[in-house]
Design a protein around this ligand. Structure first.
Ligand code: SAM
Length: 205
């Protein structure tokens, strides 16, 4: 099964709160975004946003230049339906991040929780990081959360990569200054605990 079919099936058959990555709010992401990019005009893209409520919370906080990209139309449709009228304020993009076309130097902040770790081949990771280079403004913020060294080896039945601070920074390369990283223990809806690693970098060029 290809990635698109996999994710469409997940979002068409499971309730929002019935997936391992579900959190009512992405608190760690929200506090980091507000701290590093307090200007409500900051252009933010949430990559692989799925059905997450990050976009709702950012709108609520007054951020007004928001984009959400996901491979799954079902996920994007569910997020739009949940937001109702406010959905019109968001740029929704249904695309595979490894082949997506995004505007050049458009975003001040790139956010990804639990997507980059699905890039298990060097080609996928290269396509992903090339897109960050082209679409994030010089000096922009890059926040990526993957499974940490003690995290699971699979998610949603798919193989994933696990990273520590230096291996994740290494994937992005010298064009990024690592500012900080932290781990988060995520309580899944099923009672298990997953270790995430949050890395925050600034794009230097
Ligand atoms: C584990 S979920 C995380 C969702 C959300 N970021 C969150 O934290 O709740 C992974 C998400 O990445 C999306 N995804 C997986 N592979 C993708 C790809 N190649 N391109 C774009 N989105 C992808 C899936 O559809 C799914 O919504």
């Amino acid at each position: 099964m290809d990635a698109k079919t996999h994710w469409e099936t997940v979002y068409s058959t499971k309730a929002a709160g019935a997936v391992s990555w579900y959190r009512p709010h992405l608190d760690r992401s929200l506090s980091l975004i507000q701290r590093v990019a307090p200007d409500r005009g900051t252009s933010i893209i949430d990559v692989g946003g799925g059905e997450s409520t990050l976009v709702d919370d950012l709108l609520q906080l007054g951020y007004r230049d928001l984009a959400v990209l996901d491979i799954s139309r079902a996920a994007i449709d569910a997020a739009k339906a949940r937001l109702g009228d406010s959905a019109k304020e968001v740029d929704w993009r249904i695309a595979d991040i490894t082949s997506a076309i995004l505007p050049n130097h458009r975003y001040d902040l790139w956010h990804d929780r639990a997507v980059f770790h699905f890039m298990t081949t060097a080609e996928q990771r290269l396509a992903y990081t090339k897109l960050v280079v082209s679409s994030v403004k010089p000096g922009g913020h890059v926040i990526v959360a993957t499974f940490g060294p003690q995290g699971p080896t699979k998610c949603s039945g798919l193989d994933v990569m696990r990273y520590d601070e230096s291996s994740l920074h290494h994937e992005f390369g010298l064009a990024y200054r690592l500012v900080e990283s932290s781990t988060e223990l995520h309580d899944t809806p099923f009672g298990s605990v997953q270790q995430f690693l949050y890395c925050y970098c600034v794009k230097t060029a």
